[in-house]
Ligand binder design. Sequence first.
Ligand SMILES: Cc1cc2nc3c(=O)[nH]c(=O)nc-3n(C[C@H](O)[C@H](O)[C@H](O)COP(=O)(O)OP(=O)(O)OC[C@H]3O[C@@H](n4cnc5c(N)ncnc54)[C@H](O)[C@@H]3O)c2cc1C
Length: 393
Amino acid sequence: MDFSLPPEVAELKARTEAFVRDALIPLERDPRQTPHGPTDELRRELNALARGAGLLSPHMPREWGGLGLSHGAKAAVFEAAGYGLLGPLALNIAAPDEGNMHLLEQVADERQKRRWLAPLASAEVRSCFAMTEPHPGAGADPALLATRYRKAAGGYVINGTKWLITGADGAAFTIIMARDEESPEGQPRATMFLADMDRPGIVIERTLDTIDQSFPGGHCVVAFQDLFVPEEDVLGREGEGFRYAQVRLAPARLTHCMRWLGAARRAHDVATDYARRRHAFGKPLIDHEGVGFQLADNELDIHTCRLVTAHAAWVLDQGQKGRHESSVAKVICSEAIWRVVDRSMQVMGGLGTTGDAVVERIFREVRPFRIYDGPSEVHRWSIARKLAREGAR
Ligand SMILES: Cc1cc2nc3c(=O)[nH]c(=O)nc-3n(C[C@H](O)[C@H](O)[C@H](O)COP(=O)(O)OP(=O)(O)OC[C@H]3O[C@@H](n4cnc5c(N)ncnc54)[C@H](O)[C@@H]3O)c2cc1C
């Protein structure tokens, strides 16, 4: 096993770190950050900065203007970007766009790529991914998919309501997951559709108030009311929606691990710095075992996250699907990252809970990671089912 980074990846990682430190962290108090994420004006400025630094869309193949990074290389660069609250957005590697780019690149036809992937890869536009639904529809259990489509002359008509759709407000287009209304209850046959957000029949009903605030456009409730989608805008093949969801999810989960690991490392660095400088009971906080051990545990969690992420990235780089490995990494990282940020807050005392320290923001940003892209419990449940199947064999 060779754990060293290729020189060009190490160079790119160092350049990303410097860009985050010098260009992005000073902008973290820019007032164009709303409770529903940075404004699009700010996003465009950040993308221009990244473009100027040669760091825009590094994950995309060169034909789409990127640097063609492997999954392993992404692990290093995305973590470096995640160190800044604005890093992933600036580099155009934030969710949901990054996952959508990957999906389009893998599944879309040439016309669809020119129409939807090209402007997304160059950060001209944003997109969203519409899968989750309010009760009683799809959430942790995708088989509950309730948004339905039926065949019509020249295309399909879609009806249903989605929610928690990140970035819907201001997105140029959406990828919609819907079920064939003829398919049996509990065993939906699903298809993905592409649709521009300004088409008649797409209504953003409201933007939800959520704990986090780093995604432009926030998280929205979106209704599809007799939305007509022409045949040529089916993404991939009809009936393959669940398979494509996996094509998107396995790498998308892992890139969340990479970016949020960078954020956790930032919280840890800030807390460590505080514990070295702040004194209590006659010595620096870090010299109290109760504090020093918390920071040591942070180091252990961060190292574990980096290793499991690198391993799952390696599996993907071997051309394997990596579903199991990315699922394992997602549970380990989302929980370890949470612990790191929680300990960092504790070490910083009252200051850690205030907006004066970045730890409070990071704390709010990382919490939902244990829920989206599959709650921890669902991943554990599916790992346990795999064990049961193997036992049966
Ligand atoms: C910030 C954020 C952004 C999001 N962005 C998007 C987006 O852009 N597009 C999109 O489509 N969706 C998005 N989601 C939705 C996300 O994918 C869902 O929240 C997630 O899949 C869980 O579904 P649910 O919320 O309906 O939870 P539910 O299905 O109601 O489940 C609730 C809880 O039940 C438990 N549970 C469920 N099943 C099991 C089981 N088998 N065993 C044990 N426990 C179980 C888990 O603890 C789970 O958290 C986002 C969510 C958040 C929080």
